[in-house]
Design a protein around this ligand. Sequence first.
Ligand code: SF4
Length: 170
Amino acid sequence: MLQLAGFKEESIVDGPGIRATVYFQGCPHHCPGCHNPETHDPQGGLRIPLEELVGMINKNHGITGVTFSGGEPFLQASAAAVLASQVSSLGLNLVVYSGYTYEKLRAAGQLDSSIRQLLEAAWLLIDGPYLKNKQDLNLPYRGSRNQRIIDLKKTLSEGIVTKWAGSGDG
Ligand code: SF4
């Protein structure tokens, strides 16, 4: 089961290509200026079986990937890791947003195998909180300059944080 804030069948603003977006309910970060405050309450939204969500994703054959957004997907790391492996089985790539930095998630992953599995299953991680004083509306797929689009496959294999080539911030 997953606590869901929302689902978008097709999005072109949550990562490269045409993607389905899963909005996770619950977020502990409370970034000032957050555009999705209704996702903060972990008890809010709707409780949904993972199989139902997989069915909703699988209905659209025009998408190339899935994005986990929020809310904070890592707050439900165990359900998110299972869903991530289903997304891979469907041949779709995965982009995950998090208000935590990659470094924090890596450290947390030493103790929590679901966090580790989610990092390993995803293609890109868009990390860090939204900071209003670093807002930049020209950046692809994110709202503030502190947020990075990290190529997780390269980062994990090479052991050094590697930004995605299409990040648009050098
Ligand atoms: S991490 Fe995202 S959803 Fe959570 S408070 Fe920050 S901007 Fe809002």
